[in-house]
Design a protein around this ligand. Structure first.
Ligand SMILES: [Mg+2]
Length: 198
């Protein structure tokens, strides 16, 4: 039976914070210019210095914008490496994204990656309505062997269930970790997956 790899969407398949910052700056939605370097925690309220209400408003506005729908394009190497991995593994999406952007998210993934993913799991982490699921629970539901994610906390959560994880990228919010297995880009990721899932 093929081993199952769970792939996160934001910051692994497509950039989020970069596009978000450009949007916020373009429309001057906060007082000072923001940059991805501000996102030291990936807690947007903390990193932007806005209260929860304003933060939720900004995220919601962004996620319904033209920019969000059109300027998220795949990270370098992701399409080619996934095509290679697909020959050997089952690939599933495990994301914390809200349920209210499920349809547009699936459309975006199909546009850039075709039908490479067999299943989709949405955590709805900050959704205002609907059921929420943790990354750990989604990885259990999908019975995955490995999670690729840019967030330290999600990797640690899934490691506790004796599953393997790879911390993806070298970002302001994850560069402090030196213990987790890390792949800085898609080229490195393919090699590391082959090593740890053989
Ligand atoms: Mg992510």
């Amino acid at each position: 039976m093929k081993k199952i790899i769970a792939i996160d969407i934001d910051e692994v398949l497509v950039p989020y914070v970069n596009v978000f910052c450009d949007y916020i700056n373009k429309y001057k939605l906060v007082k000072n210019e923001v940059s991805p370097n501000n996102f030291k925690t990936y807690n947007f309220s903390k990193d932007l210095g806005c209260d929860e209400k304003k933060t939720n408003y900004l995220i919601d506005k962004f996620q319904h914008s033209y920019e969000f729908k059109n300027y998220q394009s795949p990270l370098n190497g992701s399409q080619k490496v996934l095509k290679n991995l697909k020959n050997k593994y089952k690939l599933v999406i495990v994301t914390s994204r809200h349920l209210n952007i499920k349809t547009q998210t699936k459309k975006m993934i199909k546009k850039h990656f075709g039908d490479i993913f067999d299943e989709f799991y949405f955590g709805n982490e900050h959704g205002l309505t609907g059921q929420k699921k943790t990354k750990g629970d989604m990885c259990k539901d999908a019975n995955v062997d490995l999670l690729v994610d840019d967030r330290i906390k999600y990797c640690k959560e899934v490691l506790k269930d004796n599953k393997k994880t790879i911390l993806f990228g070298y970002y302001a919010w994850n560069k402090s970790d030196t213990n987790l297995k890390r792949a800085k880009n898609w080229g490195e990721l393919q090699k590391i997956i082959e090593e740890i899932l053989q």
